[in-house]
Design a protein. Structure first.
Length: 160
């Protein structure tokens, strides 16, 4: 009987600890990247690499080889996302991104605070994301980086 009581108490304590861990993981971990659209894509990548010493973490292209974006790594957990400017995406800052440990839990919490957020989906770099807007319409990506995401792979490979 004593063993059964200890087992039940252990399960209850574990459940409480798990729930508090999930609640904490719905808080932001940090600013992950800022996205910019640029007129001269290749020149801009070269500038940030040579003039500022940023490293290329990864680049994504369309099936026909047109650049989608390049992630330049500033530090282990911080990037600059460079996108080619288009007719619908003019040059300038396009968004910033905040990393969460449990994005689904974070989105649920945001919705409870009257934030409009789409159900999380996958980026071309295999990160879980949703987009929201602040009160002034600024675009914010909220993201979670699983082991298969390009961002997580770059973070894990970081060597200062």
């Amino acid at each position: 009987m004593k063993s059964l009581l200890l087992f039940v108490v252990g399960v209850c304590v574990g459940a409480v600890m798990t729930q508090s861990g999930v609640a904490q993981d719905s808080r932001p971990r940090g600013l992950n990247h800022v996205g910019i659209a640029v007129k001269n894509y290749d020149e801009t990548i070269a500038f940030y690499k040579s003039a500022l010493g940023l490293r290329e973490a990864y680049a994504l292209k369309t099936a026909d080889g047109v650049p989608l974006l390049t992630y330049l790594q500033i530090s282990r957990d911080t990037f600059l996302e460079v996108l080619p400017a288009t007719a619908t995406v003019p040059p300038g800052i396009t968004h910033f991104a905040i990393e969460y440990g449990d994005l689904r839990s974070a989105v649920t919490k945001m919705r409870a605070n009257n934030v409009t957020a789409a159900d999380p989906g996958l980026t071309p770099g295999k990160a879980l994301f949703s987009r929201i807007r602040d009160l002034d319409g600024i675009s914010i990506e909220v993201m979670e980086f699983g082991p298969e995401s390009q961002q997580r792979k770059a973070m894990e490979a970081w060597k200062p």
